[in-house]
Design a protein around this ligand. Structure first.
Ligand code: SAH
Ligand code: SF4
Ligand code: F3S
Length: 470
């Protein structure tokens, strides 16, 4: 069956459920992962709201509770099991339907554990069966039986799922899915399948539609967002070019032309895919933000090799230099893992050294977490927890020190920001972000919301900058 037909069938299930569920059904959703996972949740919400479910934050009022899980690090598991423990009583009292989906469901040891220890869960669905949620819910409702809908495949692309977006200014658009890189610490390739890209036309039309509906900022998403259409080109898998779009660089250029869109971001790229055309496109496209995420993971060439990252310390630093030369006002953010198996003090110093040299705008730091089924988990020289934590603290101190210095450098500068809304803590002020993703709070009229405006930064408050309109 082709994917279009599969979606059509799901729409029929939505109609069927409408006929059998009572009015005013409510759902609660917990999203535990990355932006892709969040974008999937927006699709889950889209399907549920199409059925007629209304969202609630209160699990006690929910008829259906959905978890969209992540498994990239261990703490996600603890959070899920903790929440499930809590839900048991709620279910006993209210008969709540409990469904769990997302990346963690692609791991057999996890689904086994849920079936054994949390038998009250009604539905388990994986990353490749998200689009079948209506059918799965229908089965649970009509057959009153537990349902498991998880398959292990390379993955397909489904277009045309309903979507309920969180914001009406900023939208995420998944452009590719899956990963072929198999970094040795990482579970993502096992739970998300192989790289596959959406057709250029589908993406462009989605962004055009978003622009028409008043969206200003688009974030292009993919586990390896800048390898968009790479596999298709390399393996001669046919795809239809649209307006000349046949690569990540040409996609950026085409989206840059869409009227109404003011900002384009993308996450998460891989350093190996910052080819010259991509660097040039970032430099040339005025709407593409000059904050680039460049995941380092480790500074030591030896560790990078063990991690299967496909670049050395020197190559990474050369790439940074090259991008700095080509892209005026470039700022960088990164991901770093400490305590990968075999990481010595010397290796760790290389990580600190790169952080000192690059001076990132933002650093996402992680303690290495063993993931069952990955090569890293089988390596013998695992680092004791205590050492991992010590290194983490050291890295944090260095990175945060640099970030604080950089924040201070903003004071006195003029910044373009997209006014996103009222600030949470003070209704009298507005909040927005700089190109480099720094939060700016400023006094301003509500009619500025949704507009790009220029502010002067007047103070640095560590977690945010304070600005005034100029
Ligand atoms: N596709 C993205 C990564 C998604 S995971 C990318 O390549 O950037 C986000 C981050 O989690 C990774 O960049 C890495 O720093 C971290 N991470 C992944 N697996 C991990 C593990 N086993 N332990 C600790 N951190 C991990
Ligand atoms: Fe994981 Fe590496 Fe793929 Fe990123 S590129 S998702 S870190 S395997
Ligand atoms: Fe987690 Fe899956 Fe994203 S494992 S980081 S939710 S791709």
């Amino acid at each position: 069956m082709d994917t279009k037909q599969e979606i059509k069938i799901q729409k029929e299930y939505i109609e069927k459920i409408k006929q059998i569920v009572k009015e005013n059904q409510k759902y609660a959703i917990f999203t535990m992962g990355c932006q892709l996972n969040e974008n999937d949740s927006e699709k889950i919400c889209g399907m549920l709201e199409e059925i007629g479910y209304k969202k609630t934050e209160d699990i006690k009022k929910a008829d259906l509770v959905i978890f969209n899980t992540c498994c990239v690090r261990e703490n996600a598991e603890e959070r899920l099991f903790g929440k499930l423990g809590e839900l048991k009583k709620v279910k006993e009292e209210n008969g709540t339907i409990i469904a769990i989906g997302g990346c963690m469901m692609q791991e057999k040891h996890i689904t086994d554990k849920i079936k054994e220890s949390y038998p009250f869960v009604d539905l388990l669905f994986g990353t490749h069966t998200l689009h079948k949620l209506p059918e799965d819910i229908y089965t649970v409702l009509t057959k009153k039986q537990k349902e498991e809908d998880i398959i292990d495949i390379e993955g397909k692309i489904y277009e045309g799922l309903p979507i309920k977006r969180k914001s009406n200014l900023q939208a995420s658009v998944t452009i590719m899915n899956g990963c072929n890189n198999f970094c040795s610490y990482c579970i993502v390739p096992y739970v998300r399948g192989r790289e596959r890209s959406r057709a250029p036309k589908d993406i462009i039309e989605e962004v055009q539609e978003l622009a028409k509906n008043g969206y200003k900022e688009i974030t292009l998403l993919g586990q390896n967002v800048n390898s968009y259409l790479r596999v298709e080109r390399e393996k001669n898998i046919p795809f239809k070019e649209y307006h000349g779009v046949n690569s990540f660089a040409t996609l950026l250029q085409e989206i840059n032309k869409i009227e109404g869109i003011e900002r384009i971001r993308f996450i998460s790229p891989h350093p190996k895919d910052f080819t010259d055309d991509v660097i040039e496109a970032i430099a040339k496209c005025d709407k593409v933000c000059k904050l680039v995420h460049l995941p380092l993971q480790a500074g030591s060439t030896k560790v990078l090799k063990e991690m299967n990252r496909k670049y050395t310390k020197e190559q990474y630093l050369q790439l940074v230099e090259k991008m700095r030369k080509a892209i005026p006002n470039l700022t960088l953010s990164t991901d770093i893992i400490v305590g990968f198996p075999g990481e010595t003090e010397e290796d760790f110093k290389d990580t600190l050294d790169v952080v000192k040299q690059v001076r990132y705008e933002q650093v996402f730091m992680f303690i290495y977490s063993r993931r069952i089924g990955t090569p890293g988990d089988k390596m013998e020289n695992q680092i004791p927890e205590e050492i991992k934590h010590k290194r983490f603290d050291k890295l944090k101190e260095l990175a945060e020190g640099i970030i604080a210095e950089k924040n201070q450098e903003y004071v006195g500068t003029k910044q373009k920001i997209l006014a996103e809304g009222k600030s949470k803590n003070n209704e009298a002020t507005l909040t927005g972000r700089t190109d480099s993703n720094k939060v700016v709070i400023f006094k301003g009229n509500d009619n500025l919301i949704g507009k790009m405006i220029e502010v002067e930064i007047i103070e640095n408050h560590i977690w945010y900058l304070e600005g005034k309109e100029v």
